[in-house]
Design a protein around this ligand. Structure first.
Ligand SMILES: *Cc1c(COP(=O)(O)O)cnc(C)c1O
Length: 379
């Protein structure tokens, strides 16, 4: 099984993401953007932040973009300003990064976890209605891996039960459902620009999108110490701002987002082509009528941990998103979820594996990864 590959190709080192390669590809733009911020001392607020907000809102055809410090804050600020709090429940995915549930708790509300579906790893929309109670205030779908949730079903449920929808778009820049962009379905959406995200800053950054002018103003106020005008605090808030450097970097990167997204999709398509037919692995399925932007390329595989080691020995970095379903983490012991309540997610935690994917990945690298996987399974 542990066949040694040819020595030349064995020198390959494929990181999980390659942020340096991306920087080098647009170094001039980035360096110029950073230099401008410094020479103009536009560190907090200022024109780059305003320009980025306007550009990101326009890209989505949405009226308001409120920049903030990170994607986690974006989720928290939205829920807090929608009035979600003590005694309320918010329905969300079991398979996600902890931001999508810890922000529910931060407001004082309780996260209600739903299993993922067997094909797309997203919240299983067919299980939501049974979990709606008189306390339910919102549904928080997470477009995990860059794959859209079933927003038609979720919108119908939200309308029927008078619930808010808060989209977690941290992994779904430019993903679309029926041609409509992620972040335009709910009452508000949260985006993250963490460096490794499909649109990444050089530090933490995030934003909120909404068409609701009242909510937008509240969110902006809350994120800026409760004051839209300095010293005029209408309420107590928090300090959650995107700094000027991050805004200028994001502005410089934004024109490339479409290209990078197409490159990710092309790499995913190629992965699927060269990995098809290996019976020990299950490849990602794409939901009908959606654009999957492949923030992550996640397979399910036999002997996952041995495969991880074998790939590592051969210079290939991988990751697991996520090793433990949220409700089974120690942080949620108090909610007393059992594996049987989320059977799909629980089974998948031992099988899922994220392969390297980023725009700068090459066909040669994907071939090498695929050949290494085939060598492991001796196929
Ligand atoms: C990255 C991420 C977040 C949080 O974003 P930060 O900017 O790191 O706070 C929220 N939800 C999901 C699904 C994420 O992947």
């Amino acid at each position: 099984m542990y066949k040694i590959l040819s020595p030349t190709i064995n020198d390959m080192h494929i990181p999980f993401v390659d942020l340096k390669a991306q920087y080098q590809s647009i170094q001039h733009d980035i360096d110029a953007a950073i230099a401008s911020v410094i020479s103009e001392t536009a560190f907090i607020g200022g024109k780059y932040v305003q320009q980025f907000e306007a550009a990101f809102a326009a890209l989505h055809g949405v009226t308001h973009c409120i920049s903030c410090a990170n994607g986690t804050d974006a989720l928290y600020i939205i829920m807090k300003m929608l009035g979600i709090g003590n005694g309320d429940e918010v329905i969300t995915a079991s398979n996600s990064w902890i931001s999508s549930s810890e922000t529910i708790s931060q407001t004082g509300a309780t996260p209600v976890f739903i299993d993922c579906d067997a094909d797309y790893y997203a919240i299983d929309e067919t299980l939501i209605e049974a979990k709606i109670t008189t306390k339910t205030k919102a549904i928080l779908p997470v477009h995990l891996h860059g794959q859209m949730c079933n927003m038609l079903a979720i919108k119908n449920l939200a309308t029927k039960h008078h619930l808010f929808i808060i989209e977690d778009c941290a992994q779904a820049h430019l993903s679309a459902f029926n041609g409509q962009l992620a972040g335009t379905f709910g009452h508000a959406a949260a985006f993250s620009f963490y460096p490794g995200k499909n649109l990444g800053a050089y530090g933490d950054a995030g934003c909120i999108l909404t068409n609701d002018a009242v909510l937008a103003e509240k969110c902006r106020m809350y994120a800026r110490h409760g004051a839209l005008v300095k010293h005029n605090h209408q309420m107590e808030g928090i300090n959650s701002r995107m700094d000027g450097l991050q805004a200028a970097i994001l502005l410089a990167k934004l024109p490339y987002l479409h290209l990078w997204t197409e490159q990710r999709i092309a790499h995913a398509t190629y992965y699927t082509k060269v990995l098809t037919g290996i019976k020990q692995i299950i490849l990602p399925a794409i939901r009908e009528f959606t654009k999957h932007t492949f923030h992550l390329y996640v397979i399910r595989c036999e002997q996952r941990d041995a495969l991880v080691n074998y790939l590592k020995e051969n210079g290939i970095a991988t990751a697991i998103h996520y090793p433990t379903p949220l409700p089974l983490l120690p942080a949620y012991d108090y909610l007393k979820y059992q594996e049987e309540e989320i059977p799909i997610c629980s089974a998948f935690q031992h099988q899922i594996l994220s392969l390297p994917i980023y725009p700068e990945l090459t066909t040669e690298q994907i071939d090498y990864i695929a050949n290494t996987i085939k060598a492991f399974y001796q196929v």
